[in-house]
Design a protein around this ligand. Structure first.
Ligand SMILES: [Zn+2]
Length: 391
């Protein structure tokens, strides 16, 4: 009996031991999806030893290619933090893995190209993206990055070639952008090979019929050739192309009409324009200067005064002051009107901390959440200068 009593704890102990063994086995099976090395790598990463972590992760990849996404995420993180060398190392090692699918390899190549872009090694990035465009189904990113590279290098011909590919691949319309590239080429050629300019501008307009820049360049060429009549015809297109660029065309038109000694025709055209677009101040300004040349100052002042009452503008007021004498009684109420209007319109409450600007005073900035950082602005010409420069 006594002997049996002695055995009891032994049985209990062995039961406990076998249960523990089973439990441990079970625990190990649960852990198995992750290699212990993975935690080692994570540990290095958390201890801010990224280079050791990268080594561990790269070693792991040979065993387990299902973690490609994780490696891509890690490399992305490094690139975003500006540690492009580490990102490049991970991507280069990924590419060397034979287990990658062709699709995965291309994805990694795109990422590696982006690494080179942010490292500023444009020629290597270019090489890589060019290689990718030779695929039967080239990744879209390859073209858009090449377009970025060629614009940065001001390599307009190459930029045009790539942009045309994107256009034909059914992406968003790059027509107006391609037109700008042709204008850049035309400006380059203007001093070297003027005979090429005409056809380049034609190309620009074929990609964007409303490319005002091409029209202005064409008109400048025609004025140089003293072909004023044709220049006028060209410049008149700007009104329908994009009315907001009309102020750029008016000085060129004036040159043409002065050289043709036909200011009457110009005045007629400007009058018709001002009826169609009464809110565009520059039409009234040029018109008043023509009236002054053809008649006298008083006539010009009367015209401008009438227009400014309907459509007050700072530019108009300035011209009136230059045209007239300061004692003119008409000037004072007009000045008061325009400056008042300007102040009402431009009064803003601006956050000193983040630059948020609004019409009402918030004590708590809705954008950067700082307290008491929003102040009212005044139109101080000194601060206006600095604001214009930074924006
Ligand atoms: Zn703020």
């Amino acid at each position: 009996m006594e002997w049996l009593v002695f055995l009891l704890p032994v049985a209990a102990l062995s039961g406990w031991l076998s249960a523990r063994r089973h439990y441990k086995k079970h625990l190990n099976r649960q852990q198995s999806p992750f290699d212990p090395d993975y935690f080692k790598g994570l540990n290095y990463l958390l201890n801010e030893q990224p280079d050791k972590a990268i080594d561990v992760f790269i070693r792991l990849l040979e065993v387990n290619s299902e973690t490609v996404e994780t490696h891509l995420a890690l490399a992305n993180l490094f690139r975003r933090r500006g540690e492009t060398e580490r990102a490049i190392r991970i991507h280069q090692n990924l590419i060397a893995r034979p287990s990658l699918t062709a699709e995965q390899r291309d994805q990694v190549l795109v990422e590696l190209g982006l690494d080179y872009m942010s490292a500023g090694v444009l020629d290597r990035a270019e090489q890589l993206f060019l290689e990718l465009t030779n695929r039967p189904m080239p990744p879209v990113e390859a073209y858009s990055q090449l377009l970025r590279i060629y614009q940065q290098e001001k390599n307009w011909q190459q930029a045009i070639n790539v942009a045309k590919k994107i256009k034909y691949d059914g992406q968003e319309s790059l027509g107006p952008t391609i037109a700008q590239f042709y204008c850049e080429l035309a400006e380059q050629e203007r001093d070297i090979a003027a005979h090429n300019v005409q056809s380049l501008l034609k190309q620009a307009l074929s990609y964007d019929a409303n490319c005002v820049r091409a029209t202005l360049l064409e008109a400048e060429m025609l004025i140089q050739e003293k072909n004023y009549k044709k220049a006028v015809k060209t410049l008149k297109k700007v009104e329908s192309q994009d009315i907001e660029y009309l102020p750029e065309a008016l000085p060129l038109l004036e040159i043409c009409y002065i050289n043709m000694t036909n200011l009457d025709k110009f005045r007629e055209y400007l009058l018709a324009l001002s009826e169609r677009h009464p809110a565009i101040a520059s039409i009234h300004l040029v018109l008043s200067s023509i009236i002054k040349q053809q008649y006298d100052e008083q006539e010009a002042l009367d015209y401008l005064h009438k227009r400014l009452q309907q459509y007050p503008s700072l530019e108009g007021l300035n011209t009136m002051i230059e045209l007239g004498n300061f004692s003119s009684e008409k000037l004072i109420p007009l000045m008061s009107d325009i400056t008042n209007h300007l102040i009402q319109q431009s009064r803003r409450y601006v956050c000193r901390h983040c630059g948020f600007s609004g019409k009402t005073l918030h004590w708590h900035c809705p954008t950067c959440k700082q307290w008491g950082t929003i102040r009212s602005t005044e139109i101080n010409l000194n601060t206006l200068d600095t604001k214009m420069e930074t924006s």
